[in-house]
Design a protein around this ligand. Structure first.
Ligand code: GUN
Length: 281
């Protein structure tokens, strides 16, 4: 039997294209957009992600700063930091890197961010607008999934998208975004009965649970498009939710690393420009 490998959906190619477009947009503005990251503590993954976003900001000419708060900071001080950023007319975008240390409650923090500066799209007003078709700032990872499909000319309209994972950051907003693009959406998760049978009905599969190798070749329809969002540390490697053998079944697939994560970073900056342009008129 001959097996054919899936075509690679490079996140790098998408991110590079976005960088060029955003750089040109920034150059047209009469001001320098400003993005502020708030990072609490020294969680290595958070340090890595914020650094990646800050580097991308610099590449396109956006002013980005990271405020690092000690990991024992109290809720009131974190809230005061957000209030100051909301009030600062020169700050266009505020991103609080998650997860926060266990003693902090993230919901009130995310609700405290000015929705007009909320480039993660996690504020309830942006969540509501996303579902009701308004002018939301939408979460970066799922917006990036559509950017990957569009960049590679893969159709969404009328296709069946099976999303595995129901998080606020990825699964749920992805469902809203794919619906808005006229896909048929199934939102499955780790407790879905006959997950394999459900995933096998997907023309497009989004794997966003955070469980290494959850999606295996027998679960994927031959020729399907597979987008891997999961990231789990296994030893000294970061692996996705999609097992290696899926490369032999899928038609197109994102690599890990070099896939969806790079595009998420680019979308943070795309949202930053949108926020700045809307806010400053
Ligand atoms: N931690 C992991 N992913 C994300 C994200 O998209 N936004 C924020 N703020 N924190 C994260």
């Amino acid at each position: 039997m001959t097996t054919s490998r899936a075509e690679t959906l490079s996140g790098r190619a998408v991110a590079d294209g976005v960088a060029e477009r955003l750089k040109a947009r920034v150059a047209e503005l009469p001001y320098v957009p400003r993005l502020v990251f708030v990072r609490v503590g020294e969680d290595p993954a958070s340090v890595f992600y914020v650094r990646s976003k800050q580097r991308f900001a610099k590449r396109i000419g956006v002013d980005a700063e990271t405020l690092v708060l000690p990991d024992d900071v109290d809720q009131a001080e974190l809230m005061a930091t957000i209030a100051a950023l909301n009030a600062d007319p020169d700050t266009d975008a505020v991103l609080v890197q998650l997860p926060l240390p266990g003693h902090l409650d993230s919901a009130p923090v995310l609700e405290a961010i000015d929705p007009a500066k909320d480039v993660d799209g996690f504020h309830p007003l942006n969540v509501g607008r996303l579902w009701s078709g308004g002018a939301a700032l939408a979460p970066c990872t799922p917006v990036g999934l559509l950017a990957i499909l569009d960049h590679h000319g893969l159709e969404v309209h009328g296709r069946h998208v099976v999303i595995v994972g129901r998080s606020h950051m990825v699964g749920k907003p992805a469902a809203a975004l794919f619906l808005a693009r006229h896909a048929t959406v199934t939102l499955a998760h780790s407790r879905t009965r006959d997950l394999a049978g459900v995933v096998r009905t997907g023309d497009i599969v989004v794997a966003a649970v955070g469980r290494a190798g959850l999606i295996t070749a027998d679960m994927v329809k031959p020729g399907a498009v597979v987008l891997d969002v999961g990231m789990t540390r296994v030893g000294d490697r970061i692996v996705g939710d999609v097992a290696e053998d899926v490369w032999d079944v899928a038609g197109h697939m994102t690599p890990m690393p070099g896939g969806t994560g790079l595009v998420t970073v680019a979308m943070v900056l795309q949202n930053t420009l949108t926020a700045a342009e809307r806010r400053r008129g």
